[in-house]
Write a protein that binds this ligand. Structure first.
Ligand code: NAD
Length: 361
């Protein structure tokens, strides 16, 4: 393969005990940050991403550029490509799989349901099959979602709460992933850790998410739509800053156990874990907008409308005591601080603040 040298180079850890991690969705928001953090501490990292056009491909290319500067290589392909995965697992002894590729977004599922099944269900199974056949078997950490809590009304959300009422197809595919993880752990002894992320935000974030699209529209002077739930209740999210999530991902990889012998013949049961990675302090959408207005120095034009049945849930709120106890997870960035950093990045990335623009080049 033309990329063999680049793949080997990218996967080389700085120290012998360093991890060798295959990161799916590496050109995505979370994948970019996790890949950089791993490389920075000396682990070997290889990315895979299909650069789909769910949101601006140019942003994914810019993230790729950022990774390439740190000698992280991304293979441009689909996680459903079995032959490619076989070649990669034969070439490199990955200690871990960090699986972040997915079709994200709850509303888009009504337009393109097939892409959720393809990436979130079929894609996950294809990867698990490749991991089960690999020798050694890599330990797996993957992104589930707070959306599995669905229409649960008990707050805060704990891992043991019911997850049988998904409000969107996206949520249903993440829930399916959790069940599939159970099967592969049970039959093949794969070590699998699922992370339920809660509305992750920050620099290099996703343009389809409210904090990002609000920023874009406020700066353009376009009105923004703020949804309200039943009885004019404001929607609230447990916004979680990317650096806190990255720390949770790293701790999950470090505690997932190194690769196991193939065929599940190792001593003791392989771990099957699930953790909330949230911030524990939900903020309403109007409050999010006020913080953006403060840092953008522009007043938003707001339309407040009743929430349609589009897959959104009225609120999310994480209990992170399990992740705290087992991973040392301790989110420290509040929304004000995190959005200040996001706005700074946004302006710089779009060349809207000359003093910052020069730092990018
Ligand atoms: P993202 O869309 O920025 O990243 C996902 C990446 O995966 C994209 O670059 C996309 O091109 C790639 N991809 C999608 N399908 C693929 C396929 N079939 N083959 C190869 N590549 C594919 O999303 P993100 O915000 O970085 O999310 C990362 C993970 O975390 C996802 O699994 C997502 O569902 C989950 N998650 C994110 C949030 C959040 O708030 N950002 C919250 C809960 C869960």
């Amino acid at each position: 393969h033309v990329w063999e040298t680049q793949v080997r180079q990218s996967c080389l850890p700085k120290k012998s005990e360093g991890l060798i991690v295959l990161v799916t969705g590496a050109a995505g928001f979370v994948g970019t940050h996790v890949s950089l953090a791993l490389k920075k501490r000396g682990d070997g990292v290889l990315g895979i991403d299909n650069f789909n056009s769910y949101y601006e491909v140019s942003l994914k290319r810019a993230r790729q550029e950022l990774l390439e500067k740190q000698e992280i290589f991304i293979i441009e392909d689909d996680i459903n490509n079995k032959e490619l995965l076989k070649v990669l697992f034969d070439l490199i002894q990955f200690t871990h799989l960090m699986h972040l590729a997915a079709q994200a977004g709850v509303r888009y599922a009504m337009q393109n349901p097939g892409s959720y099944v393809h990436s979130n269900i079929a894609g996950f199974v294809t990867l698990l099959e490749a991991c089960k056949d690999a020798s050694p078997q890599p330990a797996i950490v993957w992104a589930s979602s707070s959306s599995v809590y669905g229409l649960n009304s008990k707050v805060p959300f704990s891992e043991s709460d019911r997850t049988d009422q998904p409000a969107s197809l996206y949520a249903a595919t993440k829930k399916a992933g959790e069940e599939i993880a159970h099967t592969y752990n049970h039959i093949y002894g794969l070590s699998i850790t699922g992370l339920r992320f809660f509305t992750v935000y920050g620099p290099w974030g996703r343009p389809d998410m409210a904090y990002f699209s609000f920023t874009r529209d406020i700066l353009k002077g376009k009105p923004i739509s703020i949804f309200q739930g039943a009885n004019k209740q404001d929607l609230a999210r447990d916004f979680t800053y990317i650096d806190d999530v990255v720390k949770g991902c790293m701790a999950s990889l470090d505690t997932a156990g190194k690769s196991t012998g193939s065929g599940g013949k190792k001593k003791g049961p392989a771990p099957l874990r699930i953790f909330n990675l949230g911030n524990t302090s939900p903020v309403t959408v109007p409050n999010l907008v006020s913080i953006l207005e403060k840092y953008l120095k522009v007043k938003a034009k707001k339309n407040t409308i009743k929430m349609p049945r589009n897959g959104d849930v009225p609120f999310t709120h994480a209990n992170v005591s399990l992740a705290h106890a087992q991973l040392g997870y301790n989110p420290t960035t509040n929304l004000d601080v995190g959005l200040k950093r996001f706005v700074k990045w946004y302006l710089s990335y779009h060349g809207l603040e000359p003093s910052l623009k020069s730092q990018r080049s």
